[in-house]
Ligand binder design. Structure first.
Ligand code: ATP
Ligand code: MG
Length: 180
């Protein structure tokens, strides 16, 4: 199974991302745009895993402790690609998110996963292979609270990418943390 760990979105936040995606679609000559239900923020890509690695991934998630925190979208931008760019919504600088990513990837590396060493640049892919005259831009900020991270299975079914949550690690409120 192909696995990754991601932040899933609330309905209202997802709708705002869909509006950004649709605006970009209107401005584009070509592209494969992310279906609403597939929008997510990847924290770690694990790739092909067996059952043992599945268990290790869950345990790496169990060992991160975080309190609920907010994420905000403040701009859209692109990664240049031959044949069409990948466009994304950028998550603003965020200490709790950076810390969560660092702890998670440390745990995963300890468990033997090869996690990419590139600096974490949190982004939400809105579409791929996009040809457009649009320019990267700042947008009116919107956000949501993050209460959990999810282990996602990625499959291609009848030509479509399908992501299914198979495990979830929840945050703890500070009052609960104080009790333990
Ligand atoms: P497709 O590859 O078919 O276009 P996808 O990229 O959405 O679809 P996956 O390749 O399964 O699906 O990737 C799942 C998530 O992990 C996506 O957010 C993707 O950007 C990210 N990802 C995939 N490969 C890597 C990688 N090598 N390094 C970092 N992140 C990755
Ligand atoms: Mg991919």
């Amino acid at each position: 199974m192909r696995l990754f760990i991601a932040i899933d979105f609330h309905a209202e936040f997802r709708m705002k991302l869909v509006a950004l995606r649709d605006e970009l679609r209107m401005e584009s000559m070509q592209g494969r745009f992310t279906p609403s239900e597939n929008l997510h923020l990847t924290l770690a890509f694990l790739g092909e895993c067996d059952d043992k690695q599945l268990g290790e991934a869950k345990s790496a998630m169990d060992r991160v402790e975080f309190k609920p925190f907010s994420i905000h979208i403040g701009r859209i931008d692109r990664f240049r690609r031959r044949g069409g760019d990948l466009w994304w919504a950028g998550v603003s600088e965020n200490q709790p998110l950076t810390q969560l990513h660092a702890e998670l990837t440390d745990n995963l590396r300890e468990a033997g996963f090869q996690i990419e060493k590139r600096r974490f640049s949190p982004h939400i892919t809105l579409g791929r292979e996009i040809v457009t005259n649009a320019s990267p831009r700042l947008i009116e900020k919107f956000g949501q609270t993050v209460e959990s991270v999810k282990l996602m299975k990625s499959e291609r079914i009848a030509g479509k990418m399908v992501y299914t949550s198979i495990y979830e690690k929840s945050s703890r409120s500070s009052s609960l943390l104080n009790q333990s």
